[in-house]
Design a protein around this ligand. Structure first.
Ligand SMILES: *[C@@H]1O[C@H](CO)[C@@H](O)[C@H](O)[C@H]1NC(C)=O
Ligand SMILES: *[C@@H]1O[C@H](CO)[C@@H](O)[C@H](O)[C@H]1NC(C)=O
Ligand SMILES: *[C@@H]1O[C@H](CO)[C@@H](O)[C@H](O)[C@H]1NC(C)=O
Ligand SMILES: *[C@@H]1O[C@H](CO)[C@@H](O)[C@H](O)[C@H]1NC(C)=O
Ligand SMILES: *[C@@H]1O[C@H](CO)[C@@H](O)[C@H](O)[C@H]1NC(C)=O
Ligand SMILES: *[C@@H]1O[C@H](CO)[C@@H](O)[C@H](O)[C@H]1NC(C)=O
Ligand SMILES: *[C@@H]1O[C@H](CO)[C@@H](O)[C@H](O)[C@H]1NC(C)=O
Ligand SMILES: CC(=O)N[C@H]1CO[C@H](CO)[C@@H](O)[C@@H]1O
Length: 372
């Protein structure tokens, strides 16, 4: 149990437990925990990457479930669930300790680089990422598109701080580590694991701002369920149709892509404002099946004619499809992907230099196969 003592000391210096979240120095926090206790050779090895979020948060009382602050390190997370050490040998990285609204491209790039290197090791069975729930699905999407491994990659969070009555973090973490060691969990891409459910990174979304039962796969269904903490899967090994992989090993940052939300009388000036502030692509959270409404539509077409930057139409309704438009059209339908997932896909496509037609094919590829 002393395996995280060095990290703990580091955290105690860098991040007093009861402060409110503030930007942290990645150089100080991005540390691997050296293993200084004997390993149980008959157990698989799992590496946990802790980024912060509610799962690592403490409130001032056991009834406080909003307005708490981030502060627990990876050691304290594991200490709260000693049962984990019967399932796997745990190694920990403290990647950041922030609420998930502060996760940015530096952290994402570090994470994917570290995880790809870790999964390449024969001795590692799988990895777990602990994360705030607010933008968890964005990190899950990013990792799913940039990790090249069949080993389980599980992203987990909590809706109640560690100090709350019925805190959900400990069981969620136990399940996530169990899943990371599971043979049947292999080859399924990045999995979002919370509240007994196992979801796919491409399809699972946060549906409720406050309740613990918040992550749902819209339409496409959950991948599996836990019974007595044993993961059961509904499907044979399969990945979502058209899930690409981007090798971004050379990237040092990610392209600026904005999301503009369509609504009655949406303000067309936002389209130019987005471009002028540096956007290399724009995703619209469209009405219905990706409709932009008149002012956005006119401004977006004008901007496209002037600059040719990719414009993706997604849908603000959680379920459904934005149809893939014809070749050489100015707008690209997102298919089933919601605006925030479309943004991650578009960032990666721009990063690796796809032209607009290749981006169109990329999104078209995510439409379910009709004739397979
Ligand atoms: C991301 O956040 C970290 C920690 O706050 C900071 O060091 C880094 O510069 C940020 N990166 C970007 C691209 O803003
Ligand atoms: C190592 O793990 C195995 C399998 O869970 C267990 O039976 C054994 O008691 C463990 N050994 C030690 C020394 O903890
Ligand atoms: C776990 O890691 C240790 C140390 O890196 C290694 O000796 C051991 O073989 C690994 N266990 C498995 C099951 O791969
Ligand atoms: C993925 O990794 C395998 C080796 O595990 C390698 O052969 C392959 O080229 C990689 N794919 C990409 C797109 O980098
Ligand atoms: C990405 O490509 C580089 C260079 O071809 C290769 O060394 C590396 O293993 C690839 N990364 C992944 C995650 O496949
Ligand atoms: C966007 O900028 C262009 C070029 O400056 C201008 O012609 C156009 O009227 C602007 N569109 C809107 C909606 O403000
Ligand atoms: C954009 O260019 C196309 C093709 O040249 C043209 O038909 C269309 O009217 C232009 N749209 C706007 C809003 O300028
Ligand atoms: C790939 C990447 O962005 N790596 C960064 C990880 O974090 C350290 C510390 O901030 C940076 O120096 C690396 O460039």
């Amino acid at each position: 149990m002393s395996r995280f003592c060095q990290l703990s000391a580091l955290l105690a210096l860098a991040l007093p437990l009861f402060t409110t979240a503030s930007p942290v120095d990645l150089n100080a926090l991005l540390r691997r925990q050296d293993v200084d206790t004997p390993q149980n050779a008959s157990l698989p090895n799992v590496t946990i990457y802790s980024t912060g979020g509610t799962i690592a948060s403490v409130g001032t009382s056991n009834t406080q479930t909003i307005g708490y602050s981030v502060g627990l390190g990876v050691q304290q997370l594991v200490d709260a669930v000693p049962e984990i050490l019967n399932i796997a040998n745990i190694d920990g990285y403290q990647v950041s300790n922030v609420d998930s609204g502060r996760i940015n491209s530096t952290i994402l790039l570090n994470l994917t680089q570290l995880i790809n290197a870790e999964l390449a090791k024969e001795t590692v069975a799988g990895v777990v990422i602990t994360h705030g729930t607010d933008t968890l699905e964005e990190t899950a999407m990013f990792l799913d598109l940039t990790i090249n491994s069949t080993k389980p990659v599980v992203i987990v969070g909590a809706m109640r701080p560690a100090t709350a009555l019925s805190a959900d973090g400990p069981l969620n973490l136990l399940q996530a580590v169990t899943l990371a060691t599971s043979e049947v969990a292999r080859g399924r891409g990045v999995m979002i694991s919370l509240n007994d459910r196992i979801g796919s990174a491409l399809y699972t979304t946060k549906m409720h701002a406050n309740a613990p039962d918040t992550f749902y796969a819209t339409e496409q269904g959950q991948l599996g369920f836990y019974i007595n903490q044993v993961p059961y899967f509904y499907y044979e090994h399969a990945l979502p149709t058209g899930k690409p992989f981007f090798n971004i090993s050379g990237a040092t940052d990610l392209p600026h892509v904005d999301i503009l939300y369509a609504h009655q009388q949406a303000n067309g000036a936002l389209v130019n404002a987005s471009y002028e502030s540096g956007a290399e692509g724009i995703v619209f959270a469209g009405v219905g099946a990706g409709g932009l409404t008149p002012a956005y539509s006119l401004a977006a077409q004008e901007l496209y004619n002037a600059t040719g930057i990719p414009m993706v139409a997604s849908h603000r309704s959680p379920d459904g499809f934005a149809p893939i438009s014809e070749s050489n059209g100015w707008i690209i339908g997102s298919g089933p992907l919601n605006p925030q997932k479309s943004r991650v896909m578009l960032q990666l496509a721009i990063e690796v230099g796809y032209d607009n037609e290749k981006i169109r094919s990329l999104f078209a590829g995510t439409m379910p196969d009709a004739d397979a």
